[in-house]
Design a protein around this ligand. Structure first.
Ligand SMILES: *[C@@H]1O[C@H](CO)[C@@H](O)[C@H](O)[C@H]1NC(C)=O
Ligand SMILES: *[C@@H]1O[C@H](CO)[C@@H](O)[C@H](O)[C@H]1NC(C)=O
Ligand SMILES: *[C@@H]1O[C@H](CO)[C@@H](O)[C@H](O)[C@H]1NC(C)=O
Ligand SMILES: *[C@@H]1O[C@H](CO)[C@@H](O)[C@H](O)[C@H]1NC(C)=O
Length: 358
C-alpha cells in the first residue's frame, strides 16, 4: 500500500515527456466514440493536463474529423509553434482558419466534417513544434424555433443571443442576408466561433458559417433560399446585446460592407465606417440615445448619411461631408437602430457616445 503510494508520487515527479510523435501516412480519420461523454484526444497518447506533445521533424499531418448529423464537436487546440503559420482548420463550409498559439477559446464544428492540417519544417530541434487538441462531443438539444419574418423593404432585425434556433424567413423567391455585430470588447471575438449558421430552417440544413466568419468578412452572408437560421450555443451567458441581424438580400445590395457595432454606454466609442471598397452601412442598436462626437479620420471622398430606425428619406437626419461635418457635431441620433451610411470611398473613424438621457 505504502510502496504503491510512493511509486505513484515518484512517477508524478519523474514524468518523462513522450518522444516526439509522428503523424500517420495519408489522412487520419477520427470518428466519434460510441460513448459521446468520452472526449477524444489527439494524439491519442496525450491527454489534458500533460504538456503539449512535440511533433517529430518534417511532419505533414492531415486529419479529418467526422461529425454525425445532429451533433457538434467542441475543440480546443493546444499549439506551441515558433512560427505563426503551419496549422489550419477547415470548417464544413470550406472556410479555412489559422490555428494560433495560446488560444484557449473553443471552436465549434458541425456536421458533416472538419479538417485539421499542420506541418513543421525539417531539421527542427525536438521541442520547438508542439501540437495537440481535445474534442468534446455534444448533441444539439431539441430547442424551439424562433421564427422572424422579414419583408422586403424593411430594416434589418437584430437579435440578442438566446437559446433558441433563430430562423429568419424572407418572402417567397427572396433570400436572407445575415450581418454580424462587433463586440464591446474585441478581445472576446473568438467567442463568436460558438455559433452555427444554416442555409435553411434546421440543424440538418447546410452549414454556411459562424458569426466570427461573418464579422471578419464584413459582408452579408446570404442563404440561397428564403430561410436562414442561427444557433448561438451558450453565448447568451456572455452577451446581452445584439450579435447578428437578418434582412432581405435585395435591401443589402447597395453596400459592399455591412456590419453592426456594439459600444459600451457612457464612454467614447470608436466605430469604423469602412468604405475601403465603396459604399458601406454600419448599424448600432440600443434603446439609448447616441451622440456623434467627432471623427479621428474622415475620408475626403466620402459622405456619411445618418438615419434613425430605417434607411429612408423620411428618417434621414443628417449628411456629414468632409467640409461640413464639424459644424454639425455633436449630432444626436435617436431610434433603436441607428444607420451610418458611407457613400463614396475611404474610411471614417467615428467617435460616438451612448447615453440614457438627452
Ligand atoms: C504561450 O504559452 C506558452 C506555454 O504555455 C508560454 O510559455 C508562452 O509565454 C505563451 N505565450 C504568450 C504570448 O502568451
Ligand atoms: C538538415 O540537416 C542535414 C544534416 O545536418 C543537412 O544535410 C540538410 O541539408 C539539412 N536540411 C535542411 C532543409 O536544412
Ligand atoms: C476584454 O476581454 C479580455 C479577454 O476576456 C479581458 O482580459 C479584458 O479584461 C477585457 N477588457 C475590458 C476592458 O473589459
Ligand atoms: C430619397 O429620395 C431620392 C429621390 O426620390 C431617392 O433617389 C433616394 O433613393 C431616396 N433615398 C432613400 C434612402 O430612400
Amino acid at each position: 500500500m505504502i510502496s504503491t503510494r510512493i511509486f505513484f508520487i515518484l512517477s508524478a515527479f519523474l514524468y518523462i515527456p513522450a518522444a516526439a510523435y509522428k503523424c500517420p501516412e495519408g489522412v487520419d480519420v477520427i470518428n466519434p466514440p460510441s460513448d459521446l461523454e468520452t472526449p477524444t484526444f489527439y494524439p491519442d497518447t496525450w491527454s489534458e493536463g500533460q504538456p503539449i506533445p512535440s511533433l517529430d521533424s518534417n511532419q505533414h499531418c492531415f486529419t479529418t474529423v467526422n461529425v454525425p448529423s445532429g451533433f457538434y464537436a467542441n475543440v480546443i487546440f493546444y499549439r506551441d509553434f515558433t512560427t505563426d503559420s503551419g496549422s489550419y482548420v477547415t470548417y464544413p463550409n470550406n472556410r479555412i482558419t489559422r490555428i494560433v498559439n495560446n488560444d484557449s477559446y473553443p471552436f465549434y464544428f458541425t456536421s458533416p466534417q472538419f479538417n485539421i492540417n499542420f506541418q513543421n519544417p525539417k531539421n527542427i530541434t525536438d521541442s520547438s513544434y508542439k501540437f495537440a487538441f481535445k474534442i468534446r462531443w455534444g448533441k444539439f438539444p431539441p430547442v424551439p424555433e424562433r421564427l422572424i419574418n422579414i419583408d422586403r423593404g424593411n430594416p434589418p432585425v437584430a437579435i440578442v443571443p438566446n437559446s433558441d434556433l433563430t430562423v429568419f424567413i424572407a418572402n417567397p423567391n427572396s433570400q436572407i442576408s445575415l450581418m454580424a455585430f462587433s463586440l464591446v470588447n474585441s478581445s472576446q471575438t473568438p467567442l463568436l466561433r460558438q455559433s452555427a449558421i444554416y442555409g435553411g430552417d434546421s440543424f440538418d440544413s447546410e452549414f454556411i458559417g459562424t458569426l466570427d466568419q461573418v464579422l471578419a468578412s464584413k459582408y452579408p452572408l446570404t442563404a440561397y433560399q428564403n430561410r436562414l437560421s442561427v444557433y448561438t450555443f451558450d453565448l447568451k451567458n456572455h452577451f446581452n446585446y445584439p450579435l447578428f441581424m437578418g434582412q432581405d438580400t435585395q435591401d443589402t445590395r447597395e453596400y459592399v460592407f455591412y456590419t453592426g457595432a456594439n459600444c459600451a454606454d457612457h464612454v467614447n466609442c470608436v466605430v469604423l465606417l469602412d468604405g475601403l471598397f465603396g459604399n458601406s452601412l454600419t448599424v448600432t442598436d440600443s434603446e439609448h440615445i447616441e451622440h456623434v462626437k467627432g471623427f479621428n479620420t474622415f475620408s475626403s471622398t466620402a459622405v456619411i448619411n445618418v438615419y434613425e430606425s430605417h434607411v429612408a428619406n423620411t428618417s434621414f437626419i443628417a449628411s456629414l461631408t468632409p467640409d461640413n461635418y464639424f459644424r454639425q457635431l455633436p449630432l444626436k441620433v435617436g431610434g433603436i437602430m441607428k444607420f451610418y451610411e458611407l457613400k463614396g470611398y475611404g474610411s471614417c473613424e467615428m467617435i460616438i457616445q451612448r447615453s440614457s438621457f438627452f
